[in-house]
Write a protein that binds this ligand. Sequence first.
Ligand SMILES: [Zn+2]
Length: 208
Amino acid sequence: MSEWRARLEKGYQDFKSGDFLEQKALYETLGTHGQNPDIMLIACADSRVDPTDIFNAYPGEMFVARNVANIVPPAGNDEAYHGTLAAIEYAVTVLEVDVIVILGHESCGGIAGCLAGLGETGADGYVGSWVSILNDAKNKLIANNPNAENLQFEMELEGIRQSIRNLMTYRFVKDVVETGKLKLQGAYFGIHSAELMLADDDGQFIKV
Ligand SMILES: [Zn+2]
């Protein structure tokens, strides 16, 4: 048996005889009545940043979409297929979540790629094209902070702020935010020491 297959089967067996047994009633309820999460999380696909681990969530509690560099693209009229936007639309209009949390993180490869110019020539595949969504934010950041000591960290925070601004370009988000029924929240996870920061209303990140 291949290593990955053995790993999947072993993990599943351990889950089935462990967490699942402990939460059997919860799984039954969720299976019968469906989900009703209050929180949506948009996180990076990075394997080191598991949002339900970081926030100690149980099944059914958080609706999660993950992509490269936790980016929300701005509204546009293109014909592309938008997985992240489909998840956001569902969370806001059907699940009626209370908050959308954009969770950025330390040493993000997607942000590093954007800073390194990935996507600027249009020749860097899907990843380049995806992270180039942040090019305007990156160029502004660099113009305003020409000698920034920690550009990677500053860009990780700016990427979160930009995705929150981009969320507001969707009517179905903006309308609900303006009624006060939906909050948009920035968050940042430091991998080394599991440090968490949350953004205030001015977009300043403060340690929890
Ligand atoms: Zn990342």
